[in-house]
Design a protein around this ligand. Structure first.
Ligand code: ATP
Ligand code: FE
Length: 364
């Protein structure tokens, strides 16, 4: 029985319909373009844009799936964490549909969805993927695995012991990884969103041109810090004042910055693996996991540790509704009734440690 999922926690409005085994029946994603000239997401503009986009997007997704609203068995939506205006819009819309059709509504944690998405049984794509998943095999990677979540708002090492069973091993003490990419992109005059632009420009640059700091590298634990690195980039740019940066300087800085982030990620992930030796796979998730250099370096680390490596398909790294639908299915696969989360309020903050398996929630 199909699940219809909605994502609206930042600037992407997404709707997806998945069948019980995780096959994507229909999918649509609208990335709001109105924020780009403003250099960042404006929450009020985002919330209004989600509201305007959702009805047509849901219709389009149903059409792509060849289904009617009445065919949907469960409705799910991001209910946090995220920009609260958008979260309210998307979750309320899904709750409305669920109530109108008398179906359960499932409140999905956006971060949990990022962390579980590598298990989505999709035909694999991209260089850093293994391609052996089929409908009949159980989702892989199997639990337990180490997830390195690196997104626009988060950067953490998570011990994933099962659906709804997460332990944070370390996290950023200042900026998120994606935030650092976005800020450096802005400094380099690359516009927004920054991550993909930095990666592209870095291909023309020398990663050893600038000796930038590797914050916390070599230290115990697996916390992250990026603000010192960002400041170091700013210091290199300062001498150019108001003049535009020469292209080669910008490219060298982009490459050196990306290299520094990769070195830090590898160091922190290695420590996290030592803290969580049960992990059979290293998983990367979140928008920054779309970065090919980082994927490759972390894949090498996993290989050196003799464990598996898995990353979502590139299009599933950044925000989308497929991952929300998949998280709902993961909870439904735990057995028990779907919890009816109609009373659960949208949450701007919602730590992973407060997630629980759906059957436990439903039993309350
Ligand atoms: P969160 O999931 O923490 O709430 P978010 O939903 O805004 O934050 P995502 O959509 O998961 O974040 O990821 C967006 C971030 O990923 C942005 O900061 C973007 O710059 C970064 N990003 C996307 N592609 C790349 C890339 N190729 N290299 C580096 N960073 C990237
Ligand atoms: Fe996200």
């Amino acid at each position: 029985p199909p699940v219809l999922a909605i994502e609206s926690s930042c600037d992407d409005t997404g709707c997806a319909i998945l069948d019980a085994d995780g096959q994507v029946l229909g999918e649509s994603l609208l990335s709001q373009e109105s924020h780009a000239p403003l250099g960042g997401v404006v929450p009020e503009i985002a919330a209004r844009a989600h509201l305007e986009a959702l009805p047509a997007l849901v219709d389009l997704t149903l059409e792509r799936a060849g289904l009617q609203l009445d065919d949907i068995a469960v409705f799910a939506a991001t209910t946090g964490p995220g920009l609260i205006g958008g979260v309210i819009v998307g979750s309320t819309y899904a709750k409305g549909l669920a109530m109108a059709l008398n179906r359960p509504f499932m409140a999905i944690n956006h971060i949990e969805a990022h962390v579980l998405t590598p298990r989505l049984p999709e035909p694999a794509q991209g260089p850093a993927m293994t391609s052996t998943k089929t409908d009949s095999t159980p989702p892989s990677p199997a639990f337990p695995y180490l997830a390195l979540l690196m997104s626009g708002g988060h950067c953490q090492c998570v011990a994933v012991e099962g659906v709804g069973r997460y332990r944070q091993l370390g996290a950023t003490i200042d900026d998120a990884a994606g935030e650092a990419f976005d800020k450096v992109a802005k400094m380099l005059g690359l516009g927004w969103p920054g991550g993909p632009a930095v990666e592209k420009l870095a291909r023309e640059g020398d990663p050893h041109a600038y000796n930038l700091p590797r914050p916390l590298k070599g230290r115990a634990g697996c916390d992250f810090s990026f603000s010192g690195l960002k400041t170091a980039v700013a210091r290199q740019i300062a001498p150019y004042g108001m003049a535009p940066l020469p292209r080669q300087v910008a490219a060298d800085l982009a490459a050196s910055f990306q290299q520094a982030v990769a070195d830090v990620m590898v160091d922190r992930a290695a420590n996290a693996l030592a803290l969580f030796p049960e992990a059979t796979t290293l998983v990367v998730a979140g928008g920054v996991a779309a970065n090919t250099v980082l994927r490759t370096r972390l894949q090498d680390l996993a290989r050196a540790h003799g464990i598996g490596f898995q990353a979502p398909a590139l299009r599933l790294c950044t925000d989308n509704a497929v991952m929300i639908g998949w998280a709902a299915l993961e909870h439904l696969r735990q057995g028990g009734p779907a919890p009816d989360d109609l009373d659960l309020p949208p949450r701007p903050r919602w730590p992973l440690s407060e997630c629980r398996p759906a059957p436990e929630r439903a039993a309350e």
